[in-house]
Design a protein around this ligand. Sequence first.
Ligand SMILES: *Cc1c(COP(=O)(O)O)cnc(C)c1O
Length: 371
Amino acid sequence: MSNVSKILTPKKSVLDISAYVPGKSRVPDGVKLHKLSSNETPLGPSPKALEAFAGAGADLDKYPDGSSFALREAIAEVHGLNVANIICSNGSDEILGLLANAYLEPGDEAIYTEHGFLVYRIAILTAGATPVVVPETDYRADVDAILAHVTPKTKLVYLANPNNPTGTYLPIDEVKRLHEGLPEYVLLVIDAAYAEYVRRNDYESGIEMVSANKNVVMTRTFSKIFGLAGLRIGWAYAPLDVIDAMDRIRGPFNVNAAAIAAGTAAIRDRTHVSKSVDHNEEWLNWITEALGNLGLETTPSVGNFVLIHFPKTRGETAADADQFLTSRGYVLRAVTGYGLPNALRMTIGSEEANRGVIEALKDFLGASDNV
Ligand SMILES: *Cc1c(COP(=O)(O)O)cnc(C)c1O
Protein backbone atom coordinates (compact mmCIF):
# COMPACT_ATOMS: atom_id res chain seq x y z
CA MET A 1 0.00 0.00 0.00
CA SER A 2 1.42 3.36 -1.00
CA ASN A 3 -0.84 5.53 1.17
CA VAL A 4 1.18 6.82 4.09
CA SER A 5 -1.85 7.99 6.03
CA LYS A 6 -4.05 5.19 7.31
CA ILE A 7 -6.99 7.52 7.87
CA LEU A 8 -9.56 8.11 5.15
CA THR A 9 -9.38 11.80 4.12
CA PRO A 10 -10.78 13.83 1.24
CA LYS A 11 -8.21 15.53 -0.98
CA LYS A 12 -6.64 18.62 0.55
CA SER A 13 -8.37 21.16 -1.69
CA VAL A 14 -11.75 19.76 -0.64
CA LEU A 15 -10.96 20.51 2.99
CA ASP A 16 -10.25 24.13 1.96
CA ILE A 17 -13.88 24.53 0.85
CA SER A 18 -16.47 26.19 3.07
CA ALA A 19 -19.76 24.54 2.14
CA TYR A 20 -22.19 26.90 0.35
CA VAL A 21 -24.74 28.36 2.76
CA PRO A 22 -28.07 28.85 0.96
CA GLY A 23 -30.42 31.73 1.75
CA LYS A 24 -32.53 31.11 4.86
CA SER A 25 -36.21 30.28 4.63
CA ARG A 26 -37.39 30.02 8.22
CA VAL A 27 -39.30 32.56 10.32
CA PRO A 28 -40.92 32.32 13.78
CA ASP A 29 -44.08 30.17 14.08
CA GLY A 30 -47.24 32.03 13.15
CA VAL A 31 -45.42 34.69 11.09
CA LYS A 32 -45.99 34.71 7.33
CA LEU A 33 -42.79 33.92 5.41
CA HIS A 34 -41.64 36.26 2.64
CA LYS A 35 -38.53 34.59 1.21
CA LEU A 36 -36.36 37.30 -0.31
CA SER A 37 -33.07 35.50 0.18
CA SER A 38 -32.36 33.52 -3.00
CA ASN A 39 -33.43 35.77 -5.89
CA GLU A 40 -36.41 33.64 -6.84
CA THR A 41 -39.19 35.39 -8.76
CA PRO A 42 -42.32 36.51 -6.89
CA LEU A 43 -44.39 35.72 -10.00
CA GLY A 44 -43.71 31.98 -9.97
CA PRO A 45 -43.29 29.86 -13.10
CA SER A 46 -45.30 30.17 -16.31
CA PRO A 47 -48.64 28.30 -16.06
CA LYS A 48 -47.54 26.49 -19.22
CA ALA A 49 -44.43 25.22 -17.44
CA LEU A 50 -46.56 23.94 -14.56
CA GLU A 51 -48.80 22.10 -17.00
CA ALA A 52 -45.82 20.51 -18.74
CA PHE A 53 -44.36 19.55 -15.37
CA ALA A 54 -47.58 17.77 -14.40
CA GLY A 55 -47.62 15.96 -17.74
CA ALA A 56 -44.14 14.57 -17.11
CA GLY A 57 -45.58 12.58 -14.22
CA ALA A 58 -46.99 10.01 -16.65
CA ASP A 59 -43.53 8.74 -17.71
CA LEU A 60 -41.49 8.57 -14.54
CA ASP A 61 -40.43 4.99 -15.21
CA LYS A 62 -38.44 6.10 -18.28
CA TYR A 63 -34.99 7.65 -18.35
CA PRO A 64 -35.01 11.20 -19.67
CA ASP A 65 -33.42 12.10 -23.00
CA GLY A 66 -29.76 12.31 -21.99
CA SER A 67 -29.13 15.05 -24.54
CA SER A 68 -32.05 17.23 -23.35
CA PHE A 69 -32.77 17.75 -27.03
CA ALA A 70 -36.25 19.27 -26.75
CA LEU A 71 -35.02 21.82 -24.23
CA ARG A 72 -31.92 22.68 -26.25
CA GLU A 73 -34.07 23.07 -29.35
CA ALA A 74 -36.42 25.47 -27.53
CA ILE A 75 -33.47 27.51 -26.21
CA ALA A 76 -31.90 27.59 -29.69
CA GLU A 77 -35.15 28.76 -31.25
CA VAL A 78 -35.83 31.51 -28.72
CA HIS A 79 -32.27 32.88 -28.76
CA GLY A 80 -31.43 32.14 -32.41
CA LEU A 81 -28.58 29.75 -31.57
CA ASN A 82 -27.14 26.55 -32.99
CA VAL A 83 -28.47 23.54 -31.00
CA ALA A 84 -25.07 21.83 -31.09
CA ASN A 85 -23.51 24.68 -29.11
CA ILE A 86 -25.97 24.34 -26.22
CA ILE A 87 -25.56 22.09 -23.19
CA CYS A 88 -28.16 21.71 -20.43
CA SER A 89 -27.50 20.92 -16.81
CA ASN A 90 -28.86 20.32 -13.33
CA GLY A 91 -28.83 24.04 -12.54
CA SER A 92 -26.14 26.29 -13.99
CA ASP A 93 -24.07 25.55 -10.88
CA GLU A 94 -23.41 22.16 -12.45
CA ILE A 95 -21.91 23.79 -15.54
CA LEU A 96 -19.68 26.04 -13.44
CA GLY A 97 -18.33 22.85 -11.87
CA LEU A 98 -18.06 20.92 -15.15
CA LEU A 99 -15.94 23.69 -16.64
CA ALA A 100 -13.60 23.68 -13.65
CA ASN A 101 -13.29 19.89 -13.71
CA ALA A 102 -12.74 19.81 -17.47
CA TYR A 103 -10.08 22.55 -17.61
CA LEU A 104 -8.36 22.90 -14.24
CA GLU A 105 -5.60 20.76 -12.79
CA PRO A 106 -3.79 21.10 -9.47
CA GLY A 107 -1.32 23.97 -9.88
CA ASP A 108 -3.61 25.87 -12.27
CA GLU A 109 -5.16 29.16 -11.22
CA ALA A 110 -8.69 30.40 -11.79
CA ILE A 111 -9.88 33.95 -11.22
CA TYR A 112 -13.06 35.40 -9.79
CA THR A 113 -13.71 38.83 -8.30
CA GLU A 114 -13.85 40.04 -4.71
CA HIS A 115 -17.63 39.90 -4.27
CA GLY A 116 -18.19 37.28 -6.95
CA PHE A 117 -20.58 34.32 -6.73
CA LEU A 118 -19.21 31.81 -4.19
CA VAL A 119 -19.96 28.75 -6.30
CA TYR A 120 -16.88 29.69 -8.41
CA ARG A 121 -14.57 29.21 -5.45
CA ILE A 122 -16.13 25.84 -4.66
CA ALA A 123 -15.81 24.72 -8.29
CA ILE A 124 -12.14 25.77 -8.50
CA LEU A 125 -11.16 24.05 -5.25
CA THR A 126 -13.12 20.91 -6.15
CA ALA A 127 -10.99 20.65 -9.26
CA GLY A 128 -7.89 20.93 -7.04
CA ALA A 129 -6.84 24.28 -8.54
CA THR A 130 -6.01 27.59 -6.86
CA PRO A 131 -8.59 30.38 -6.60
CA VAL A 132 -7.28 33.88 -7.30
CA VAL A 133 -9.59 36.58 -5.94
CA VAL A 134 -9.29 39.95 -7.69
CA PRO A 135 -10.30 43.24 -5.98
CA GLU A 136 -13.32 45.11 -7.32
CA THR A 137 -13.79 48.86 -7.70
CA ASP A 138 -17.04 50.27 -6.27
CA TYR A 139 -18.50 46.75 -5.98
CA ARG A 140 -17.90 46.20 -9.70
CA ALA A 141 -15.54 43.84 -11.52
CA ASP A 142 -12.43 45.74 -12.59
CA VAL A 143 -11.10 44.64 -15.98
CA ASP A 144 -7.59 46.04 -15.47
CA ALA A 145 -7.31 44.40 -12.05
CA ILE A 146 -8.40 41.04 -13.48
CA LEU A 147 -5.89 41.27 -16.32
CA ALA A 148 -3.16 42.21 -13.86
CA HIS A 149 -3.77 38.92 -12.01
CA VAL A 150 -3.44 36.68 -15.08
CA THR A 151 -0.32 34.49 -14.97
CA PRO A 152 0.98 31.62 -17.10
CA LYS A 153 -0.92 29.35 -14.67
CA THR A 154 -4.32 31.01 -15.22
CA LYS A 155 -6.76 28.75 -17.05
CA LEU A 156 -10.19 30.14 -16.24
CA VAL A 157 -11.86 33.46 -15.43
CA TYR A 158 -15.38 33.46 -13.96
CA LEU A 159 -17.29 36.69 -14.45
CA ALA A 160 -20.87 37.04 -13.21
CA ASN A 161 -22.52 39.70 -15.37
CA PRO A 162 -24.55 41.09 -13.72
CA ASN A 163 -22.91 40.01 -10.49
CA ASN A 164 -24.66 38.46 -7.50
CA PRO A 165 -24.77 39.75 -4.72
CA THR A 166 -23.79 43.28 -5.81
CA GLY A 167 -26.18 43.74 -8.75
CA THR A 168 -23.56 45.64 -10.75
CA TYR A 169 -22.64 44.85 -14.35
CA LEU A 170 -19.95 45.41 -16.96
CA PRO A 171 -20.97 46.97 -20.29
CA ILE A 172 -20.27 44.63 -23.22
CA ASP A 173 -17.34 46.79 -24.37
CA GLU A 174 -15.63 46.17 -21.05
CA VAL A 175 -16.26 42.41 -21.26
CA LYS A 176 -14.73 42.46 -24.76
CA ARG A 177 -11.74 44.40 -23.47
CA LEU A 178 -11.32 41.75 -20.79
CA HIS A 179 -11.42 38.98 -23.37
CA GLU A 180 -8.97 40.74 -25.66
CA GLY A 181 -6.50 41.01 -22.81
CA LEU A 182 -6.66 37.30 -21.95
CA PRO A 183 -4.23 34.79 -23.45
CA GLU A 184 -5.86 32.23 -25.79
CA TYR A 185 -5.30 29.43 -23.29
CA VAL A 186 -7.64 31.08 -20.75
CA LEU A 187 -11.35 30.28 -20.82
CA LEU A 188 -13.65 33.23 -20.04
CA VAL A 189 -16.88 32.07 -18.38
CA ILE A 190 -19.61 34.71 -18.48
CA ASP A 191 -22.30 33.79 -15.94
CA ALA A 192 -25.38 35.63 -17.18
CA ALA A 193 -27.87 34.26 -14.63
CA TYR A 194 -29.70 37.61 -14.47
CA ALA A 195 -29.39 38.65 -18.13
CA GLU A 196 -33.14 38.70 -18.76
CA TYR A 197 -33.62 41.41 -16.13
CA VAL A 198 -31.08 43.89 -17.47
CA ARG A 199 -32.44 46.90 -19.29
CA ARG A 200 -29.33 48.79 -20.35
CA ASN A 201 -28.33 49.64 -23.91
CA ASP A 202 -24.69 48.87 -23.25
CA TYR A 203 -25.36 45.39 -21.80
CA GLU A 204 -25.18 42.10 -23.71
CA SER A 205 -25.19 38.61 -22.24
CA GLY A 206 -22.18 37.50 -24.31
CA ILE A 207 -23.83 35.34 -27.00
CA GLU A 208 -21.97 37.05 -29.83
CA MET A 209 -18.67 36.75 -28.00
CA VAL A 210 -19.18 33.00 -27.72
CA SER A 211 -19.96 32.75 -31.44
CA ALA A 212 -16.86 34.75 -32.38
CA ASN A 213 -14.29 33.06 -30.12
CA LYS A 214 -12.95 29.67 -29.08
CA ASN A 215 -12.44 30.53 -25.41
CA VAL A 216 -15.69 32.13 -24.23
CA VAL A 217 -18.65 30.38 -22.58
CA MET A 218 -21.93 31.92 -21.45
CA THR A 219 -24.06 30.25 -18.75
CA ARG A 220 -27.75 30.85 -18.04
CA THR A 221 -30.34 29.55 -15.59
CA PHE A 222 -34.04 28.74 -15.27
CA SER A 223 -33.85 29.41 -11.53
CA LYS A 224 -34.39 33.16 -11.58
CA ILE A 225 -36.73 34.80 -14.08
CA PHE A 226 -38.35 31.51 -15.11
CA GLY A 227 -39.26 30.62 -11.54
CA LEU A 228 -38.01 27.02 -11.76
CA ALA A 229 -35.28 27.02 -9.10
CA GLY A 230 -36.78 23.90 -7.54
CA LEU A 231 -36.35 21.89 -10.74
CA ARG A 232 -32.66 22.77 -11.20
CA ILE A 233 -32.13 23.73 -14.86
CA GLY A 234 -29.21 25.61 -16.36
CA TRP A 235 -27.60 25.81 -19.74
CA ALA A 236 -24.52 27.09 -21.49
CA TYR A 237 -23.76 28.36 -24.97
CA ALA A 238 -20.22 27.35 -25.81
CA PRO A 239 -17.77 26.50 -28.61
CA LEU A 240 -18.06 22.85 -29.77
CA ASP A 241 -14.74 21.84 -28.19
CA VAL A 242 -15.92 23.10 -24.81
CA ILE A 243 -19.28 21.33 -25.20
CA ASP A 244 -17.40 18.15 -26.07
CA ALA A 245 -15.24 18.40 -22.93
CA MET A 246 -18.30 18.89 -20.70
CA ASP A 247 -20.25 16.09 -22.40
CA ARG A 248 -17.44 13.68 -21.52
CA ILE A 249 -17.68 14.30 -17.79
CA ARG A 250 -21.29 15.18 -17.08
CA GLY A 251 -23.77 12.66 -15.72
CA PRO A 252 -25.40 10.88 -18.67
CA PHE A 253 -28.90 11.95 -17.52
CA ASN A 254 -28.02 15.19 -15.73
CA VAL A 255 -31.32 16.93 -16.51
CA ASN A 256 -34.43 15.10 -15.31
CA ALA A 257 -37.54 14.54 -17.41
CA ALA A 258 -39.77 16.96 -15.50
CA ALA A 259 -37.13 19.68 -15.83
CA ILE A 260 -36.82 19.14 -19.59
CA ALA A 261 -40.60 19.35 -20.03
CA ALA A 262 -41.13 22.38 -17.79
CA GLY A 263 -38.07 24.27 -19.07
CA THR A 264 -39.10 23.76 -22.69
CA ALA A 265 -42.52 25.27 -22.00
CA ALA A 266 -41.15 28.04 -19.79
CA ILE A 267 -38.68 29.49 -22.27
CA ARG A 268 -41.32 29.61 -25.01
CA ASP A 269 -43.69 31.66 -22.84
CA ARG A 270 -42.29 35.10 -23.65
CA THR A 271 -45.35 36.88 -22.22
CA HIS A 272 -44.58 35.51 -18.78
CA VAL A 273 -40.95 36.61 -19.05
CA SER A 274 -41.85 40.18 -19.97
CA LYS A 275 -44.38 40.31 -17.14
CA SER A 276 -41.58 39.36 -14.74
CA VAL A 277 -39.24 41.97 -16.21
CA ASP A 278 -41.89 44.68 -15.87
CA HIS A 279 -42.67 43.74 -12.29
CA ASN A 280 -38.99 43.83 -11.44
CA GLU A 281 -38.33 47.15 -13.15
CA GLU A 282 -41.20 48.79 -11.29
CA TRP A 283 -40.37 47.43 -7.85
CA LEU A 284 -36.58 47.62 -8.09
CA ASN A 285 -36.97 51.37 -8.69
CA TRP A 286 -39.55 51.70 -5.93
CA ILE A 287 -37.48 49.79 -3.37
CA THR A 288 -34.27 51.64 -4.24
CA GLU A 289 -36.01 54.99 -3.76
CA ALA A 290 -37.80 53.93 -0.58
CA LEU A 291 -34.55 52.67 0.96
CA GLY A 292 -32.87 55.94 0.02
CA ASN A 293 -35.67 57.83 1.75
CA LEU A 294 -34.92 55.83 4.89
CA GLY A 295 -31.31 56.99 4.66
CA LEU A 296 -30.02 53.57 3.57
CA GLU A 297 -27.46 53.36 0.82
CA THR A 298 -27.90 50.78 -1.93
CA THR A 299 -25.57 49.64 -4.71
CA PRO A 300 -27.23 50.45 -8.06
CA SER A 301 -28.58 47.11 -9.31
CA VAL A 302 -29.63 45.84 -12.73
CA GLY A 303 -30.78 42.46 -11.38
CA ASN A 304 -33.81 41.30 -9.39
CA PHE A 305 -32.19 42.09 -6.06
CA VAL A 306 -30.54 44.97 -4.30
CA LEU A 307 -27.61 45.24 -1.90
CA ILE A 308 -28.52 47.36 1.15
CA HIS A 309 -25.69 48.87 3.20
CA PHE A 310 -25.99 49.43 6.94
CA PRO A 311 -23.37 51.96 8.01
CA LYS A 312 -21.51 50.88 11.13
CA THR A 313 -21.46 54.48 12.35
CA ARG A 314 -25.19 54.52 12.98
CA GLY A 315 -25.06 51.65 15.39
CA GLU A 316 -27.52 49.46 13.48
CA THR A 317 -25.72 46.51 12.03
CA ALA A 318 -26.80 44.41 9.09
CA ALA A 319 -27.04 41.45 11.47
CA ASP A 320 -29.45 43.38 13.75
CA ALA A 321 -31.56 44.35 10.75
CA ASP A 322 -31.53 40.76 9.51
CA GLN A 323 -32.77 39.50 12.85
CA PHE A 324 -35.47 42.18 13.10
CA LEU A 325 -36.73 41.58 9.55
CA THR A 326 -36.80 37.82 10.09
CA SER A 327 -38.91 38.27 13.22
CA ARG A 328 -41.45 40.02 10.96
CA GLY A 329 -41.30 37.26 8.33
CA TYR A 330 -39.00 39.02 5.83
CA VAL A 331 -36.00 36.83 5.12
CA LEU A 332 -33.19 38.66 3.32
CA ARG A 333 -29.71 37.36 2.57
CA ALA A 334 -26.77 37.96 4.86
CA VAL A 335 -23.69 38.39 2.67
CA THR A 336 -20.83 38.22 5.16
CA GLY A 337 -19.50 35.22 3.22
CA TYR A 338 -19.15 37.56 0.23
CA GLY A 339 -16.98 39.97 2.19
CA LEU A 340 -19.94 42.27 2.85
CA PRO A 341 -20.57 42.08 6.61
CA ASN A 342 -22.37 45.45 6.71
CA ALA A 343 -24.89 44.68 4.00
CA LEU A 344 -27.98 42.57 3.27
CA ARG A 345 -29.17 41.47 -0.13
CA MET A 346 -32.89 41.77 -0.78
CA THR A 347 -34.63 39.98 -3.64
CA ILE A 348 -37.35 42.08 -5.28
CA GLY A 349 -40.54 40.40 -4.10
CA SER A 350 -44.28 40.79 -4.43
CA GLU A 351 -45.83 44.19 -3.80
CA GLU A 352 -46.88 42.98 -0.35
CA ALA A 353 -43.37 41.82 0.53
CA ASN A 354 -41.66 44.94 -0.82
CA ARG A 355 -43.94 47.31 1.09
CA GLY A 356 -43.66 45.12 4.16
CA VAL A 357 -39.86 45.27 4.19
CA ILE A 358 -39.88 49.06 3.97
CA GLU A 359 -42.42 49.32 6.82
CA ALA A 360 -40.38 46.92 8.94
CA LEU A 361 -37.15 48.80 8.23
CA LYS A 362 -38.86 52.05 9.22
CA ASP A 363 -39.71 50.48 12.57
CA PHE A 364 -36.23 49.03 12.92
CA LEU A 365 -34.43 52.29 12.23
CA GLY A 366 -36.88 54.30 14.36
CA ALA A 367 -36.37 51.91 17.25
CA SER A 368 -32.60 52.13 17.10
CA ASP A 369 -32.67 55.94 16.83
CA ASN A 370 -34.36 56.01 20.24
CA VAL A 371 -31.67 53.98 21.95
C1 LIG B 1 -28.60 32.06 -8.96
C2 LIG B 1 -27.32 32.10 -9.69
C3 LIG B 1 -26.96 31.09 -10.57
C4 LIG B 1 -27.91 29.99 -10.89
O1 LIG B 1 -27.71 28.84 -10.25
P1 LIG B 1 -28.59 27.56 -10.62
O2 LIG B 1 -27.67 26.46 -10.29
O3 LIG B 1 -28.89 27.61 -12.08
O4 LIG B 1 -29.81 27.62 -9.78
C5 LIG B 1 -25.75 31.18 -11.23
N1 LIG B 1 -24.94 32.22 -11.05
C6 LIG B 1 -25.27 33.24 -10.25
C7 LIG B 1 -24.38 34.41 -10.14
C8 LIG B 1 -26.46 33.20 -9.52
O5 LIG B 1 -26.78 34.18 -8.70
